[in-house]
Design a protein around this ligand. Structure first.
Ligand SMILES: [Zn+2]
Length: 251
């Protein structure tokens, strides 16, 4: 191994935050297979420096660190493996930024253990967006995954009120899941188009590797669903995703 020196360590991760400090340096927060890690990177904000590309937000990179006596990590060398920010279209950029923002607010700021699948959902969604899959659809699947991992997923297997599996007619974000015809009529809620119920069922049950299968959903179905999922996120956690709200309001 190239880093047999006891003071060096190596990690791979997706950069989610690069905060400038002291001119061209930056504090980097990245998500790796074992959760979040942070480190100091000299020259990371200077175009053309050797740490610039690997420390850019939404770069998946490998890093070699040296630790200081206080145990803080400092980057000694890094390599960008995959750059996952898509900016060909406005919707792509907003969705990339939105997922980045939600992953940080939902899993980093609480300082609890980050569920292992978080990174996989992010990588698969960002790769799908890069490949030209609808950014809205990819974002719905990743967001549903995030909500489930955070323990606030919607009940999409049965009526959240009475447990009935048949005759599901609507999604109630306020109640936290599907409602059957009887329960929906009781509270006077409006029916949700069948196609949208199917999408939600898929999004909350699939694994990150199923993500490319979201390709065929229509944007007229995706928009209200993304709005609903953001409402649910906000109601449950107080987290408001500015970039995605801005995108949905603009169109
Ligand atoms: Zn019911």
């Amino acid at each position: 191994m190239a880093w047999t020196n006891g003071e060096k360590s190596k990690k791979e991760g997706l950069v989610l935050k690069a905060v400038p400090v002291k001119g061209n340096d930056a504090m980097i927060t990245a998500l790796g297979k074992d959760g979040f890690f942070s480190f100091y990177a000299r020259g990371a904000k200077k175009m053309g420096s050797k740490s610039f590309a690997c420390c850019s937000e939404l770069s998946y990179s490998s890093f070699v660190f040296s630790s200081s006596s206080t145990g803080k990590l400092t980057l000694s060398e890094g390599d960008g493996i995959e750059y996952l920010f898509s900016s060909d279209a406005l919707e792509q950029s907003f969705c990339c930024m939105g997922l980045q923002e939600i992953a940080l607010k939902l899993f980093h700021e609480p300082e609890e253990d980050t569920p292992i699948e978080t990174l996989e959902y992010l990588l698969q969604a960002l790769r799908a967006i890069k490949k030209g899959i609808s950014p809205l659809n990819a974002t719905i699947v990743a967001l549903a995954g995030f909500l489930r991992l955070a323990g606030i997923g919607l009940e999409v297997g049965e009526c959240v009120n009475c447990g009935k599996k048949k005759d599901i007619v609507t999604i109630s974000y306020l109640d936290g899941g599907f409602l059957c015809r009887d329960c929906a009529e009781e509270i006077g809620s409006v029916k949700t188009p069948v196609e949208q119920l199917k999408i939600l069922r898929f999004a909350f049950a699939c694994s990150p590797s199923d993500l490319p299968r979201c390709q065929s959903w229509r944007s007229s179905d995706a928009r209200p669903l993304l709005t609903g999922l953001l409402d649910h996120l906000e109601n449950q956690t107080g987290i408001a995703c500015k970039s995605l709200r801005m995108m949905l309001q603009a169109q």
